[in-house]
Design a protein around this ligand. Sequence first.
Ligand code: HSE
Length: 405
Amino acid sequence: MINVAILGYGTVGSGVFEVIRTNNESISKKVGKKVNVKYVLDIKDFPADDPVNEVLCRNFETIVNDPEVSIVVEVLGGVEPSYTWTTECLKRGKSVCTSNKELVAKHGAELIALAKENNANFFFEASVGGGIPIIRPLNHSLSADEITEITGILNGTTNYILTKMSMEGLDFDTVLKEAQEKGYAELHPEADVEGYDACRKIAILTSLAYGKQVDFEDIYTEGITKITDADIKYAKALSKHIKLLGTSRKVDGQVYAMVCPMMIGKMSPLYGVKDVFNAVFVNGNMVDDVMFYGRGAGKLPTASAVVADVVEAARNLDRTLPMIWSKDKLELGSIDDFKHAFFVRVPADVVQEDVKKAFGDISVVTLEEMKDEYAFVTPVMKEKDFQNKVKDFKSVISVIRMNTK
Ligand code: HSE
């Protein structure tokens, strides 16, 4: 029998409990031994008919000191106490499977090394892209390739918000509330809407792709809080969708990364990714383009990825599977040299000739219902050149980067 403990009975923790119970027969068959949830740690009380009451435990020490527990699922979220508890479990040779992107982005390299020292595994498939397999593919299936680009819709909450605003004309706050009710949003939803969650996820993917520590604090990050109904109307007029993208690229040996809303067109493989769905587009120098798609948040999809890690850990007790992510820091290049077209809204009294003089061959977009402003799209240019020119136009209403596909 393989005994598992789950730290936290929130959205993901209760999902992990449910997946292991519902699919117990097939999961146990895949492992070759019965998989049993011995403890669920939580300080809250639950309804009397919730089966969790049979295994509810109030004390982490009971779990870490129990030699029968070989796999611990950490789904508390946040860095502490997750970091301390994960460390203690790994030091006792217990494998840890987590969905906690804050923990992984900050301490991934160290916890992978600690797992190795203790003949255990530290797995985190669910930390990026919810139910989408992306960590294991990057680590194993794409190991023949040098990764040149990773671009993803990495946050389900913001994709849900942008989709509902665009397709149903709903306002930001209403849709955010819906996302919270569905269990997609973080406890503090600014982590979603300000792009911090996507930032940690692209930091994790980039660290794994290049085998070195990418500090999420180094990644330029913009969220979606400044996106308005008017921006969405312009995007529609241009046959574009606005998506929050996390991207990293390797150009001439230098790695660049950023998170920001982008207008993307129909030719982009990310264009049709709606609602809570995420997608991660990867380019490798041999395989060329591949894309991974699925539910990026939510109880059962995220739990599915966690439990797949439990199965992998159970199949590999007393053996550490290789994962290359060293503590050496990867210095990112400045985004100044990133190239995009830029969508810019200005008041109607901004002289178009001046705009043309500054940016060259622009295309102008006007909307019938917005007579006191217009928008223009610049040619593809470097970030620093755009920022240098746009600062002379003091009355700019909004700017959104645009991919030309
Ligand atoms: N709040 C996150 C999201 C949950 O919306 O994508 C999954 O990491």
